[in-house]
Structures are given as structure tokens and as C-alpha cells.
Design a protein around this ligand. Structure first.
Ligand code: PMP
Length: 354
């Protein structure tokens, strides 16, 4: 740390992204990316002609992408804001709506939420999940601060029914409720249809998981026009050209290929069911996931040890140091052959523990 770093940042604990190894070729099941390539329509649009246009700034309104999202979800273009990954959208939300108000969220959730609180000097209010890792919305009843729920929840994959989301929205109309739907396309139900009914709802989605575009960095918020305008004020005070030219085109093309999107997410869901069953047969406890990952633990081996042993064997999963889930590993749903290798390696590792 240099002597120049601002004092208010001296205790900032940055978010630690999952490993992105450059040396070894791992089977990479650690950061919830898609095992499939982007749609062929995306690849076609990233052509020489468009690359040459990179000398020009991108469209700050990202209209081509916004229109594609608007058409897909049946909302108005002025109800959408796009960003450089949903991480950026989340940063805009924390900056725009918190400060006087804090942010409450489940104690086991996306690790970036407390980091944003720290960075922007926002009160962070962790609300313990129940023993079975589900959210009890009653726990939020008397919280006046804003609320963010990843749904399905990050790390656990557990989905909170929309009736419960509505309860949360109704409990206090004077606080913002953010529903982070990074994983919603793998079996959850989106809260987007509720945006016209509740003026305190912001839904956030990403193209990183179900649309095979993690490297293009595209996320978006959908809400009512007023809240989106507030977020635009923050965006235009920070980075007007926040989505680059090629990502705008790639994102729009991906939204235009619904059949590929459907085929990929259905495949992930069926592979998730196969992996869950196989792990359970080996004695794992697997949380009921509606995401593109599983959180699983085995009585014979700790989470960290299993992560390290799998890594030695060329398979990268995620171990999260979060105390409540330190017995678990988080496994991204990969392609069929990747899942087969993972299961074989686990079988051998467990065999050695006898
Ligand atoms: N929200 C949740 C719950 C996530 O797990 C992630 C991915 N790490 C993100 C948001 C951010 O995704 P991205 O910035 O790639 O859109």
C-alpha cells in the first residue's frame, strides 16, 4: 500500500475473483461460466468491418442492445440500463440508492455486495439465512434499509419463490429491493413482470452465464423509468461509453438467437440434475440448485481439501472461505465430458480416504 492511498480505502478488502489460471489447462468449473461457445450469430457479427469501427466511440445509449433486451422481455427501452458486466450495474445501484440507507442481504450471497458497501461507505447489513440456507423474508420485515437478494442465490443456488419476493416488496415501499438474477435462466422465474406493479423494484441480469458472454462483460438493470433515470445519472457521471462497440453488437445478436439460448440452458439444467444425482449416490449433500452450479459437501472430506485434491488432478472447482459454507465446494455445471472426468476424479479421491 502506498502512502498516497486515501485513508478511507486503507481497510478496503477487495473482491477476490475465482482463479483464471494461464499456466495449466484445467477443467474449469470454478467461475460459473458457460461450457458452450457464444451463438454463431454473435461470432458472425464480430467481423472485420465492425472491428474497424473501433476507432469510434460506442453508442452511450447502447440502443441496439437495449432494443433487443426490450423486445425479449416486452418492456420499454427507457426501462433498461446496460453496463460493463452486471458488477458495474450493481455498483451504480449501490452508489445511486444507498448512503443514507444501508444495504441488507443474506449472510451467504454474492461476495461483491459487502465490497461495494465498503467502497462506497454504505452500512452493510448481513441477514442470516435459515439453517437450510433458504431466505426467510420475515427477517427483512423491520429493516428500513435497501435489500438485495440474488435469486437464485449466489453460492447456494437456492431459488426464492416470486410470492416471497412480492412479500419483500410490499413489506416496505420506501426501500429499494434489488433482485440480482444472474442465474435465473436455469430454472428460476424472473421478477421482471413485477416492475410495473412495484416502483421500488430493480431487477439485474447478466449475459455472462446463460448467454455465453462472460468475456464480453454485459449486464443490465430493468426497472421503472424513474429508477433507471437515476442510474443513468450515475452512469453518465462515471463512464458514458461503458459498453464497448463489439459487446453491444454481440449482446444484441445473442438476444436474437433464442433457440440457441434455450438449447444451452436446457442442457445445463439436465446436466445439473445428472451431476446432483451422481454426487448424492457418492454420499454428497447437495443443496437444491436452480443455478448453473451446485454447492456440495461430503462427510469424509472437507471443502478445502477436496478443492485442493481436485486441483492437483486438473479440475478447478471453487472453495469459498465463508464460514457457513466452508465444508462445501461449489461446482459449475460443465460439459458432459467435463462432468464425467470430475466424477471419476472424485471417486478416486474418496476411495483414497477409506
Ligand atoms: N451477480 C451475481 C450473483 C454473480 O454471481 C455474478 C458473477 N460473479 C455477478 C452478479 C456479476 O456478473 P457479471 O459482472 O459477469 O455480469
Amino acid at each position: 500500500m502506498s502512502k498516497f492511498l486515501d485513508g478511507s480505502l486503507k481497510n478496503l478488502q477487495p473482491y477476490v475473483p475465482g482463479e483464471q489460471p494461464k499456466d495449466v489447462q484445467y477443467i474449469k468449473l470454478n467461475t460459473n461460466e458457460s461450457p458452450f461457445p457464444p451463438s454463431q450469430k454473435v461470432i458472425e457479427v464480430l467481423n472485420e468491418e465492425e472491428s474497424k469501427k473501433l476507432r469510434l466511440y460506442s453508442d452511450p445509449e447502447t440502443s441496439v442492445l437495449v432494443n433487443a433486451i426490450a423486445e425479449f422481455y416486452g418492456v420499454n427501452a427507457n426501462q433498461i440500463l446496460t453496463g460493463n458486466g452486471s458488477d458495474e450495474i450493481l455498483a451504480f445501484i449501490f452508489r445511486a440508492f444507498c448512503g443514507e440507507k444501508g444495504m441488507a442481504c443474506p449472510d451467504v450471497s454474492y461476495g461483491f455486495y459487502p465490497v461495494f458497501c465498503n467502497l462506497f461507505n454504505i452500512k452493510y447489513i448481513p441477514v442470516p439465512l435459515k439453517a437450510d440456507f433458504t431466505v426467510d423474508v420475515e427477517d427483512y420485515k423491520y429493516i428500513a434499509d435497501n435489500v438485495i437478494i440474488a435469486n437464485p442465490n449466489a453460492q447456494t443456488g437456492i431459488f426464492l419463490d416470486l410470492e416471497q419476493v412480492e412479500k419483500l416488496l410490499k413489506q416496505n415501499k420506501d426501500r429499494i429491493v434489488v433482485i440480482d438474477e444472474a442465474y435465473v435462466d436455469f430454472g428460476g422465474v424472473s421478477a421482471i413482470p413485477l416492475i410495473d406493479k412495484y416502483d421500488n423494484l430493480v431487477v439485474v441480469q447478466t449475459m455472462s452465464k446463460s448467454r455465453q458472454l462472460a468475456g464480453a462483460r454485459i449486464g443490465f438493470a430493468i426497472s421503472n423509468r424513474q429508477l433507471i433515470d437515476d442510474l443513468k445519472t450515475v452512469k453518465y457521471s462515471f463512464n458514458p461509453y461503458n459498453v464497448n462497440r463489439l459487446s453491444i453488437l454481440a449482446g444484441a445478436a445473442a438476444f436474437g438467437d433464442e433457440s440457441y439460448f434455450d438449447a444451452c440452458r436446457k442442457k445445463i439444467v439436465s446436466s445439473r440434475e445428472r451431476l446432483t444425482k451422481a454426487l448424492q449416490e457418492m454420499g454428497f449433500v447437495v443443496l437444491p440448485s436452480k443455478a448453473n452450479f451446485l454447492l456440495a459437501r461430503h462427510g469424509k472430506i472437507g471443502g478445502r481439501e477436496l478443492y485442493l485434491k481436485l486441483k492437483e488432478n486438473g479440475v478447478l472447482v471453487r472453495h469459498l472461505s465463508d464460514e457457513r459454507i466452508s465444508d462445501f465446494v461449489r461446482i459449475t455445471i460443465g460439459a458432459d465430458d467435463e462432468i464425467d472426468i470430475l466424477l471419476n476424479k472424485i471417486k478416486v479421491i474418496l476411495g483414497e480416504k477409506k
